[in-house]
Design a protein around this ligand. Structure first.
Ligand code: UD1
Length: 416
């Protein structure tokens, strides 16, 4: 198994090109199930999670052919089962459920198992599809769903915001009979990207960017070409890398409008953000101050940035409190950061961070995707050498981490 070795203490300086968003690419790829025609996605990052989704689509009969940064999807659905062996690798596999049901009236999808960052049920996905007329049974660890008469439009009010359920129902509703209204829908930029792609495929959707999406179902969708938006979480993560090392990074292709809450918190902490053509620059010349944050659905502070921001707060002046409201078990990076000299205590859903002057290099273990990068950040700032094991978590969602960081001066390497 690979590890990453970092010798910390170098202020990063240079340009990092931000890749296409993983969390946009995953639902966009499942749009390949919604049409017989070719769907061509561009700005596709090379990531393990996207390879897993390609594998899943291929076994449904949809070929996913990469060419550079473009992914061309096409074929006919030949199999409606999403097997445990693939779904267990990646929860987002549940996103094939809505498209398969809408398109061919049946789907058998393994239930995603427990997950490192909480129980993460899929009840909202299932209830929404039931409201649209699907019959759903749970059988031997699988969701067995059918809609022999097709899906019907419905009004669905989510009791709380779910990104995945909004995506699944958006795709299903695009091919349903009649009008579907999704209330309290997620407003993440990845949802708007999905809506843009569906509209390019012929879907009729109103309310883009708001919490009420109105979808008038159409009989068929056609092929389209769609560029994937830049990854806001990768952007925020590298912004933290500039901040924690006291460096100067130009984040190319990055969109400030997708990162309002994160940039606000970084600025409060003493980081300087400057808009540039085709991106923005992140610098820090002076000290960092502790800042409190609470994770929330978009446009709030994203849970996917919580671990990275905590690494930053670990070396800030004073104390800060980070409250996680989206997932119940998302502090697994805390003991690892503490092994590097951080002073963090968890009380329920909040972590109190008392900033220290210096972290020290240590052997640590990655536990989930974003937690892995918080350890990379800590390693970049720490005195001495840090070795992070289980980096397959990192490879799920960050493209070419060592290359991007090394090009900006980091002393980082992958070891087998
Ligand atoms: C997506 C992102 C993930 C991000 C999360 C929150 C992708 C591939 N993943 O995950 O990186 O951390 O949004 O921004 O885009 N819930 C239920 N029942 C459901 C669905 C969700 O109880 O049927 C709960 C979850 O356990 C969680 C909360 O709702 O506590 C939000 O989850 P959700 O927005 O659905 O996250 P994902 O779509 O899984």
């Amino acid at each position: 198994m690979d590890s990453i070795r970092i010798t910390g203490g170098v202020p990063l300086s240079g340009t990092i090109a931000i890749s296409g968003a993983k969390n946009a690419a995953l639902p966009l790829m499942t749009c390949g199930l919604l049409t017989d025609e070719r769907l061509v996605l561009s700005n596709v990052a090379k990531l393990a999670d996207l390879a897993t989704m390609a594998e899943l689509l291929t076994q449904h009969g949809i070929a996913a052919e990469p060419e550079g940064r473009t992914l061309s999807l096409g074929g006919r659905i030949t199999n409606t089962e999403a097997p445990y062996d693939i779904v267990r690798k990646m929860r987002a596999s549940i996103l094939v459920l809505g498209p398969l049901l809408a398109r061919v009236g049946e789907a058998r999808v393994s239930l995603p198992g427990g997950c490192a960052i909480g129980t993460r049920p899929v009840d909202l996905h299932l209830k929404g599809l039931e409201a649209m007329g699907a019959k759903i049974k749970l059988d031997s660890g699988y969701v067995d769903a059918s809609a022999p008469q097709g899906l019907k439009g419905a009004t669905i009010v989510f009791p709380f915001v779910s990104v995945g359920a909004t995506e699944n129902l958006l795709m299903a509703a695009s091919l349903a009979d009649g009008v579907t209204t999704l209330k309290n829908a997620a407003r993440e930029p990845e949802i708007s990207d999905l809506v843009h792609c569906l509209i390019a495929m012929g879907a009729k959707i109103e309310g883009i960017g708001t919490d009420t999406l109105v979808i008038e179902g159409v009989k068929t969708l056609h092929g389209a070409e769609h560029p994937i938006l830049p990854d806001r979480i990768e952007t925020g993560t590298y912004a933290c890398a500039a901040a924690i090392t006291g460096g100067d990074l130009l984040l190319q292709n990055a969109r400030m409008e997708d990162l309002g809450a994160v940039l606000h918190s970084l600025t409060d902490a003493g980081v300087v953000i400057t808009e540039e053509q085709n991106g923005f620059r992140v610098t820090r010349a002076n000290g960092l101050h502790g800042v409190d944050v609470m994770t929330e659905p978009f446009p709030g502070f994203p849970t996917d940035m919580q671990a990275q921001f905590m690494a930053l707060m670990a070396v800030a002046d004073g104390a800060s409190m980070i409250t996680e409201t989206i997932f119940e078990n998302r502090f697994m990076h805390v003991p690892e950061l503490n092994r590097m000299g951080a002073r963090i205590n968890v009380h329920g859903s909040s972590a109190i961070i008392r900033g220290v002057k210096k972290l020290s290099g240590a052997q640590v273990m990655a536990t989930d995707l974003r937690a892995s990068f918080s350890l990379v950040l800590a390693g970049l700032a720490a005195e001495g050498e840090t070795t992070i094991s289980r980096v397959y978590h990192l490879d799920r969602g960050y493209e070419a981490v060592e290359q991007k960081l090394a090009a900006c001066g980091a002393r980082i390497e992958r070891v087998n």
